[in-house]
Design a protein. Structure first.
Length: 383
């Protein structure tokens, strides 16, 4: 502790976050959002070790694609090469994300610091899941097999027995203040071709999704729709498919990438969303909009089990008909069986789905933020 002007000031908690980028923007997005939350809301001094700064640079406004040898600072967060950790001294808190496995030398450094009286809180933040088993595993300790240290597993989730999801202070209030004029101004700034389109569909998916089926479904529905397409090969494929069909009621508007801190506003400006990964998946839920989640494909359809677990949880906020149509459309999108009829019914129920989605977002807010859960576990581990 530090004495200043007669007051006792607690030193800032230092924190290392480790990010191994596998799923493109998802891993980097979650880690950057966590780093920002711990820095801005919890007062931690954060260093982010990442093995793909290029991906991170695409969703931040201050991190260069080529990190200098000493790292780069953005929004008060120091970003360093993964390899730099091999000779670094661990901070008070070490967060290993998604089981990325720390370098052996860094694990040994944690053990040395612990033996020398510098207690290190070592946390493993896992992937988000709606499955029941995560409630039993959230908060469990895991002793190291050969070193005298223990890490604690934390699981994001959708119930009070998990860590919840990351939701910034005041986010839902800002969303609810987002006006029609805000929407138009944002779409104009993004270069959307019809800022006053009656229905905007945000599209951010994997190239493996049934994009040709979506194009056929959009072309078959006579109602006007503007597709706000995020950068990436999937968006290009949808634009090409729609170009071949050339439906007059469909406007295709590719838009540039935006920094993470602006992404929520893009979702708020749309009427329905097709999203992918983990970070965008959570932001879609907090946006309170009807959405279809493109879950990352896994062998033996394991991802469909995970998808159904989530659909079971969120469907409680929808009426029976809306829940059924949302489930059928979500499964159709993820199992390459999306039909024009499914899409048409999904769009028919947009008002009811929106009401249920808003209720779900408030449920998530009531759980408390994952950022606070991580900070609480870290401080507990330092005692």
């Amino acid at each position: 502790m530090i004495e200043a002007a007669g007051k006792t000031i607690e030193p800032r908690v230092t924190c290392d976050i480790f990010c191994h980028v596998i799923d493109n923007f998802g891993d980097a997005g979650v880690c950057w959002r966590l780093a920002r939350g711990l820095s801005e809301e919890e007062g931690f001094r954060v260093t982010l070790y990442i093995d793909d700064a290029v991906t991170l640079s695409k969703i931040t406004s201050g991190v260069p694609a080529e990190l200098p040898p000493s790292g780069a600072e953005s929004l008060g967060i120091l970003v360093r090469h993964w390899e730099d950790s091999e000779t670094a001294v661990p901070s008070d808190v070490v967060i290993e994300t998604f089981g990325c496995r720390l370098p052996d030398s860094f694990e040994e450094a944690i053990a040395r610091e612990t033996l020398h009286g510098h207690k290190v809180a070592w946390l493993n933040l896992e992937y988000l899941s709606a499955e029941d088993w995560v409630e039993e595993c959230h908060g469990l300790p895991s002793p190291h097999p050969r070193l005298p240290v223990t890490k604690t597993f934390l699981f994001p989730g959708f119930t009070r027995r998990t860590g919840g999801v990351m939701i910034e202070n005041g986010l839902l209030d800002a969303r609810d203040r987002f006006s029609v004029s805000d929407r138009r101004a944002l779409l104009e700034a993004l270069g959307a071709r019809e800022p006053d389109a009656p229905f905007n569909l945000f599209f951010f998916s994997y190239p493996t999704a049934p994009i040709a089926q979506l194009a056929e479904a959009l072309a078959s529905d006579p109602r006007p729709v503007q597709v706000i397409a995020a950068p990436g090969r999937a968006g290009e494929m949808l634009g090409e498919a729609l170009g071949r069909l050339n439906p007059p009621q469909v406007t295709f508007s590719p838009v540039p990438a935006v920094p993470q801190e602006s992404f929520d506003r893009v979702l708020w400006a749309c009427d329905a969303l097709i999203i992918r990964g983990e970070d965008s998946f959570v932001r879609a839920q907090l946006a309170g909009k009807p959405f279809l989640w493109t879950i990352y494909p896994q062998e033996e359809d394991t991802h469909i089990v995970k998808l159904n677990a989530f659909l079971d949880r969120m469907a409680v906020e929808y009426g029976e008909d809306a829940a059924r149509v949302w489930r059928e459309t979500s499964l159709g999108w993820n199992q390459a069986s999306l039909t024009p009829g499914l899409w048409s019914r999904f769009r028919d129920l947009t008002p009811e789905l929106t009401r249920g989605s808003l209720l779900w977002s408030r449920h998530l807010a009531s759980l408390g933020s994952l950022t606070r859960a991580v900070a609480t576990a870290a401080k507990k581990g330092l005692k």
